[in-house]
Design a protein. Structure first.
Length: 198
C-alpha cells in the first residue's frame, strides 16, 4: 500500500526537492554502485525521485529503468534530466532476473513494515544472480510522520539484516551515519549492500 499523504507531499514539492538534492556530480556512494555493477548492465532506480541518480547512472553507460510513485517526481525526472521515468509503486516490480543492480536509495522506508518482506522478495527475483541491491533506510524503531507529513518506517541494523537474509540476500557491506533530510532534521541512517547469490 502506498501512503497517499507522503506521495502527495512529494508531488507538491517535487521541484523544491529536486533543487535540494541537485548536485553536478554523483555521490561517492552512487559512484561506487555504478562501478560495482557490470558495465552497461540494466539497473532499476526504485523510487527515483527527481531523476538525478538515474541520470548519473545513464551517463555512466548503464541501462536504467526508473520508477516513482509520485507523478510530480516523474515529471521532473523527465523534464530536467531526460530520464524515461514511469509512475509505479514497489508492488509493480515484476521482472525476473532482469537487473544487474537495484538502487533503492531511501525509498523503501516509506513502505509499511508488513509489506517489506514481499518487496524484498520481488527485488531478489528481479535481480540477476550476483546482482547488487543498494538499500538506504532511516534507523530507529517504530514509525512516525515528519514535519512535512511523510510517513517513515524505521529499522535497526539487525532488523534489516534479518529481513534481507530471509529474502535470500547475502549482505556484503553496510554504512551508517547522520544527515539532515529535506525537512532539515538530522537523523541517523543505514545503507546496506546485499547480493543475490549466484
Amino acid at each position: 500500500m502506498t501512503d497517499r499523504e507522503t506521495i502527495a507531499l512529494y508531488t507538491a514539492r517535487a521541484g523544491d526537492y529536486a533543487k535540494d538534492v541537485a548536485n553536478p556530480e554523483p555521490s561517492e556512494r552512487l559512484t561506487r554502485f555504478i562501478a560495482a555493477v557490470p558495465a552497461a548492465a540494466p539497473v532499476l532506480d526504485l523510487g527515483c525521485g527527481p531523476g538525478n541518480s538515474a541520470a548519473a547512472m545513464m551517463a555512466a553507460g548503464l541501462e536504467v529503468d526508473a520508477i516513482d510513485a509520485s507523478e510530480g517526481m516523474v515529471d521532473v525526472a523527465r523534464a530536467r534530466y531526460g530520464v524515461s521515468a514511469k509512475v509505479g509503486t514497489f508492488t509493480d516490480v515484476d521482472a525476473s532476473r532482469a537487473y544487474g543492480g537495484i538502487w533503492a536509495n531511501f525509498s523503501l522506508l516509506h513502505a509499511p513494515r508488513e509489506d517489506m518482506p514481499g518487496h524484498l522478495a520481488r527485488l531478489r527475483a528481479a535481480l540477476r544472480p550476483g546482482g547488487l541491491l543498494h538499500i538506504g533506510l532511516k534507523t530507529g524503531t517504530g514509525q512516525a510522520r515528519d514535519s512535512l507529513g511523510r510517513l517513515y518506517i524505521y529499522y535497526t541494523d539487525a532488523e534489516i539484516t534479518r529481513l534481507l537474509s530471509d529474502a535470500g540476500f547475502a549482505v556484503t557491506e553496510r554504512e551508517t551515519g547522520r544527515e539532515a533530510g529535506f525537512d532539515g532534521v538530522v537523523a541517523p541512517w543505514i545503507v546496506v549492500w546485499a547480493v543475490r547469490p549466484a
